[in-house]
Design a protein around this ligand. Structure first.
Ligand SMILES: NC(=O)c1ccc[n+]([C@@H]2O[C@H](COP(=O)([O-])OP(=O)(O)OC[C@H]3O[C@@H](n4cnc5c(N)ncnc54)[C@H](OP(=O)(O)O)[C@@H]3O)[C@@H](O)[C@H]2O)c1
Length: 339
């Protein structure tokens, strides 16, 4: 068990990278009781200083190595683009810092395993920033299915289309910066499928590539020996409603809004003509920031309890999802430089 962080002072977060997601998550860190942004590092020290100036008392660094060496930092949040995660997470762990690493933790399952094994070996906390798994409505859907609210789970579908026009320099399309819809968007639909159904027995993947060779539209059909199945789809260029639906023998559950951060759930139980009906579950965290609060609170809870792994985002699941994404990329013939 790792050292417990004390209860009597806020947890001080250190951010590696001062880009898009770092901004949203740091605003939610400030909103989440018992957590503060303590330090920010960026390749450009001036940009880091500008970012840090928005958070009272936060220090800034022009190098990632300086931040991970800062004794005032309790937990490092790796918020750079995917190809940097492996080296930066290992650097933080080597410095004895707990880490929250943006999804995907690394470019592939091998690297992801290395990072999580290093954290275990060093006895420090590590978690994939798969915030969907900490979302209260997703957790409620899990509980409803486990309680048999829709009978036996027969299958599911989930889609995530961003509608981002092709731009070879954007990280979603730039292969040298971890481009591709699978690691950015597909990771949510694959995590959703894995969360409810586990590892499939058979996978069929089809898709189209963008002009840079990154995957764009990807469709995955998962089948299981017991007859259940999942239909999963993602795309960088195509916009979609981004709904997920769980289909049961006695009803269904559908998300409202983007499924990875739903704004509500609709539950249909039984046969409506025989007294079955629909229920609506509103979002308990509506209006509270960008929706990262439950993820931040879960990291804080684990650190205060001295855990090295969150039961909500287990290491084994993070690696299993990456292995499925590796297989999907292999089926489409997509490799990253150096792989
Ligand atoms: N959880 C979520 O909801 C969510 C949402 C969006 C993205 N993400 C994940 O968060 C990560 C960052 O995404 P983002 O949208 O924030 O990306 P971004 O704004 O394009 O880049 C984030 C930071 O990565 C570094 N970086 C960018 N391009 C680089 C390059 N070519 N070489 C070296 N470093 C580079 C920069 O760090 P410096 O500031 O140090 O220069 C940049 O500020 C990705 O892994 C993504 O999958 C998660």
């Amino acid at each position: 068990m790792a050292a417990h962080l004390p209860e009597d002072r806020p947890i001080r977060w250190g951010l590696l990278g001062a880009g898009g997601i770092a901004r949203n998550v740091s605003e939610d860190i400030s909103r989440t009781e018992g957590n503060v942004v303590g330090a920010v590092a960026a390749r450009d020290g001036e940009r880091a200083a500008e970012f840090a100036a928005q958070f009272p008392g936060a220090t800034s660094y022009g190098s990632y190595a300086e931040l991970v060496a800062d004794p005032e930092v309790d937990v490092v949040y790796v918020a750079t683009t995917h190809p940097s995660h492996h080296e930066q997470a290992l650097m933080a762990i080597a410095a004895g810092k707990p880490v929250l690493v943006e999804k995907p933790v690394c470019l592939n399952a091998r690297q992801t395993h290395e990072v999580l094994a290093a954290a275990r070996h060093a006895d420090v906390f590590a978690m994939e920033a798969m915030w969907m798994r900490t979302n209260p409505l997703i957790r409620q859907a899990e509980q409803l299915v486990a309680d048999g609210a829709i009978g036996d789970l027969l299958g599911l579908r989930a889609e995530f289309g961003l509608g981002l026009p092709f731009d070879p320099s954007h990280r979603l399309y730039d292969m040298s910066n971890g481009g591709g819809s699978l690691l950015d968007l597909g990771i949510y639909v694959v995590t959703f499928g894995y969360l409810f159904l586990g590892r499939p027995d058979q996978v069929r993947t089809t898709g189209t590539l963008s002009p840079t060779g990154s995957e764009d539209r990807v469709a995955m059909q998962w089948d299981y020996a017991n007859g259940t199945g999942a239909r999963l789809w993602c795309s960088a260029s195509v916009s979609a409603p981004n709904q997920a639906v769980l289909l049961g023998s006695n009803g269904w559950i559908a998300t409202e809004g983007a499924f990875h951060r739903p704004s509500g759930l609709v539950i249909s139980q039984g046969d409506p003509s025989r007294g079955g009906g629909r229920q609506h579950v509103p979002d308990p965290i509506a209006g509270r920031g960008h929706g990262y609060g439950p993820e931040i609170a879960e990291v804080a809870r684990c650190l205060r309890a001295g855990l090295i792994e969150s039961p909500l985002v287990p290491h084994a699941d993070t690696i299993a999802v990456m292995a499925l994404l590796d297989e999907a990329r292999a089926d489409l013939g997509v490799k990253y430089p150096g792989e």
